[in-house]
Design a protein around this ligand. Structure first.
Ligand code: MG
Length: 388
């Protein structure tokens, strides 16, 4: 008899969180849900508590805690509550929080030596160097839960870095893949939320429409695989079947294929980098008519180019890249700016970002986060409103 793995899910009511629980529900003999944390979706949280009976529950928005039906679980609130749950008796922390709020839980989990299944790419974008240092010190394991990065991670297993010429992460191209520059100016929120291949939360869906998500993923890959920026490439692949490709020095290429279903990379992390028999989304190649690839258009979608510029400018710029995108994304969602203002605000903020080539502590990162928020906000005031 094997011991059940004790799982803590941060962001349990989001798309990664619910997919994680689907995997656990499919194999209850292997996993024990020790803790669930979410922002504010009390109704779904209550249904999850009822189904999985966790020992600990965290509602980030403490004001709504009266509505939680704990059924014997201990209640935590806020970021400190989440950190306390991370320090408790759990084997795997699934960090599926959206945006920069995920950084501190990532640091806490790795400092405690927990296995971290990381879907929060912003952690690595802003704190990649620090995170690598923590892992070197504590020996904690970080397994990526991002479809492209899980693909490349699996392809690179046991491979000597000297044999790798480049890695390629694919992009669906988002809902505006064929839009002209002019048409992009007038897209609304509901257009941006209509992703062609993946069903995800609001922030990442918008990031996919601007291709900011791919910019963030390039930076994520830089830290995850410790590869130089010139070895990181992106191809638009609208079918979302090939998630990652490794190009070797002998001109051979290995590609990873799977249906676009996050349950497959999540399960790879939960099962400790082993392949389980999963019932989800089998890929039938007989029905895949064709696979196409083309380079991204950096004129219409400058986000990827901006990510490389941030990588060249150093660690301070990486934080500024992420935070200015978050500020701009929020402003677009609120109807305060146009879609094409998002990369403009990121570019203008990056141009002023502090020239800090090496940052490896949380206090410094926090300083640059608040600096960037203020600067990015000033870029929003005075810009035109998009149609609602
Ligand atoms: Mg991805």
């Amino acid at each position: 008899m094997t011991m059940k793995k004790k799982i803590l899910i941060l962001g349990s009511t989001g798309s990664i969180g619910t997919s994680t629980l689907d995997i656990i529900a499919n194999d209850p003999a292997s996993f024990d849900v020790k803790g669930l944390a979410c922002a504010s979706n009390v109704d779904l949280l209550n249904a999850q508590i009822d189904r999985f009976r966790p020992a600990n529950v965290c509602l980030f928005d403490g004001e709504r805690k009266e509505g939680v039906n704990l059924q014997g679980a201990r209640l935590y609130t806020g970021i400190e509550g989440m950190k306390e749950m991370i320090r408790s008796d759990v084997d795997i922390v699934v960090n599926a929080l959206p945006g920069s709020i995920g950084l501190e839980p990532t640091v806490e989990a790795l400092n405690c030596g927990k296995t971290l299944a990381l879907a929060n790419k912003e952690s690595l974008v802003m704190g990649g160097r620090m995170i690598r240092n923590i892992i070197a010190k504590t020996g904690a394991e970080l397994i990526p839960v991002d479809s492209e990065h899980s693909a490349v991670y699996q392809l690179l297993k046991g491979i000597d870095h000297s044999e790798v010429r480049s890695i390629i992460i694919t992009a669906s191209g988002g809902p505006f893949r064929k839009h002209t520059k002019k048409a992009l100016e007038n897209v609304g929120l509901s257009d941006a939320m209509n992703h062609p291949t993946w069903k995800m939360g609001r922030k990442i869906t918008l990031d996919s429409a601007t291709l900011m998500n791919k910019g963030l993923e390039i930076i994520e890959a830089r830290w995850l695989f410790d590869l130089e920026p010139e070895k990181l490439r992106t191809l638009v692949h609208p079918e979302s079947i090939v998630h990652g490709i490794v190009e070797f020095s002998d001109n051979s290429l290995f590609a990873y294929m799977a249906s676009p279903d996050m349950k497959i990379p999540i399960a790879y992390a939960l099962y400790g980098e082993k392949r389980a028999a999963l019932p989800f989304s089998p890929l039938n190649l007989d029905s895949v008519l064709k696979l196409t690839f083309h380079p991204p258009d950096l004129k219409r979608f400058p986000s990827i180019r901006l990510a490389y510029e941030a990588l060249m400018a150093g660690d301070g710029a990486l934080i500024a890249f992420n935070i200015s995108n978050e500020v701009a994304a929020e402003a677009f969602i609120d109807g305060r700016i146009k879609f094409t203002d998002i990369p403009r605000i990121v570019a203008e903020t990056l141009a002023e970002a502090p020239k800090e080539p090496i940052i490896d502590n949380l206090d410094k990162i926090r300083d640059i986060i608040s600096w960037t928020r203020n600067v990015a906000m000033t870029k929003i005031t005075g810009t035109g409103r998009r149609k609602l």
